[in-house]
Design a protein. Structure first.
Length: 310
C-alpha cells in the first residue's frame, strides 16, 4: 500500500501530465476556432502545469534533511512554493482569462465550426477527471470520517489541497467553456464565449484567494487544532509523576512536521536523573500517538529540589 506522501506525488505527476496534454490541445483548438473561452482554458491548463511543477519542487525541497543552516529542516519550503502557486493562479490564470474575456466582448470573433472545441473539451474532461480522481485519492488518504469541507479546512498539506482545488476548478472551468461554446453557437451570439472566459477568470480568482488565505496562515505559523491540544495536555497529565502542565505550544513546520513545547512540573521527590527519564517517557508517549510531533521540547522542574532540565 502506498503512503500518503507517495499518493500526493502521484496526484502531482498526474496533474502535470494531464495539463500539459490538455493545454496543447486547447491552444490548437483556439487557433482554428478563435474561441476566447478555449484560449482562456488553454492558459488555465498551462498555468496549472507550471503550478504542479512548483508544488513538486516544494515537496522535494521540504524533504531535504536538517543541517546547520536549517536546524529545523526545510519543511516550510512547501508552503512558500504553494503561496507562489496561489499568486500565479490569481494573476496569470484568473487575470489573463478575465482580460481575454473582456477583449472578446469588445471585439468578438466570428463564430466557426465548434467541432474542434467539442472534441478538445470532451477529451479534457476525461483527462482532468483522471487527474482529479488521483487528487481525491491523496486527499482521502487520512481523511477518516470527516466531511469534505472540514478536511479541506484542516488540511496542512498544499501538495494535496492545492492540486485538488486546481483540478476541481479545471473541471468546472471546462463546464463553463462547454456551456459558452454551446450557447454561443446555438443562439448565434459570440458574446457568450467571452462571458464564459470571464466566468473562468472569476472562478480562478476565487480559488486563488482561498489558496492564498490557507498558505499564508501556514507560512506565518499556525498550531494544531484545539481538540489535539486538549488531548496532548490530557496525555501529559496522565503520565506518572506529573503534577502540573502548562498549555501546550505548537506550530506546523510542514504537513507532517510539528514542533511542540511543554512546561511541565514533576513530583517533588524526583531527582534530576529521574526527571530526565520521565521526559524521555513523556516524549515517547506523545510521539506514539502523534508521530507528526517531530520536535518536542520540555521545560521541566521538580517542585522542591529546584533542579531543572530541558
Amino acid at each position: 500500500m502506498s503512503s500518503p506522501g507517495s499518493s500526493s506525488k502521484l496526484a502531482i505527476y498526474g496533474a502535470i501530465a494531464a495539463n500539459v496534454a490538455i493545454a496543447i490541445s486547447k491552444f490548437v483548438a483556439a487557433y482554428f476556432t478563435g474561441s476566447s473561452a478555449m484560449l482562456s482554458e488553454g492558459i488555465h491548463s498551462l498555468v496549472d502545469s507550471g503550478n504542479g511543477g512548483l508544488i513538486l519542487h516544494g515537496v522535494r525541497q521540504a524533504e531535504k534533511p536538517a543541517d546547520k543552516r536549517h536546524p529545523f529542516g526545510r519543511s516550510k519550503e512547501l508552503y512558500f512554493w504553494a503561496l507562489i502557486v496561489a499568486i500565479l493562479v490569481f494573476s496569470v490564470g484568473g487575470g489573463m482569462s478575465f482580460y481575454e474575456g473582456i477583449e472578446h466582448l469588445k471585439n468578438p470573433a466570428p463564430l466557426s465550426d465548434p467541432t474542434w472545441n467539442y472534441w478538445v473539451l470532451g477529451l479534457s474532461l476525461v483527462f482532468e477527471g483522471i487527474s482529479c480522481y488521483l487528487a481525491f485519492k491523496a486527499f482521502n488518504a487520512d481523511r477518516g470520517d470527516a466531511g469534505f469541507w472540514d478536511t479541506l479546512r484542516r488540511s496542512k498539506d498544499p501538495s494535496v489541497f492545492a492540486i485538488l482545488l486546481e483540478d476541481l476548478a479545471a473541471l468546472l472551468g471546462l463546464v463553463f467553456a462547454l456551456v459558452g461554446v454551446f450557447l454561443g453557437h446555438s443562439l448565434n451570439n459570440p458574446y457568450l464565449d467571452g462571458a464564459a472566459s470571464i466566468a473562468i477568470g472569476l472562478l480562478l480568482v476565487c480559488v486563488a484567494l482561498f489558496l492564498i488565505y490557507k498558505t499564508k496562515r501556514l507560512l506565518v505559523g499556525t498550531g494544531v487544532d484545539d481538540e489535539t491540544l486538549d488531548a496532548i495536555e490530557a496525555l501529559v497529565r496522565a503520565q506518572p509523576n506529573v503534577d502540573q502542565v502548562g498549555p501546550p505550544l505548537t506550530s506546523y513546520l510542514g504537513p507532517a512536521d510539528v514542533i511542540l513545547a511543554l512546561d511541565v512540573e514533576f513530583a517533588h521527590h524526583l531527582t534530576a536523573e529521574e526527571i530526565e527519564h520521565a521526559i524521555d517517557a513523556l516524549q515517547d508517549a506523545i510521539r506514539a500517538k502523534y508521530p507528526e510531533m517531530k520536535r518536542i521540547f520540555v521545560e521541566a522542574k521538580s517542585l522542591s529540589s529546584r533542579e531543572q532540565t530541558a
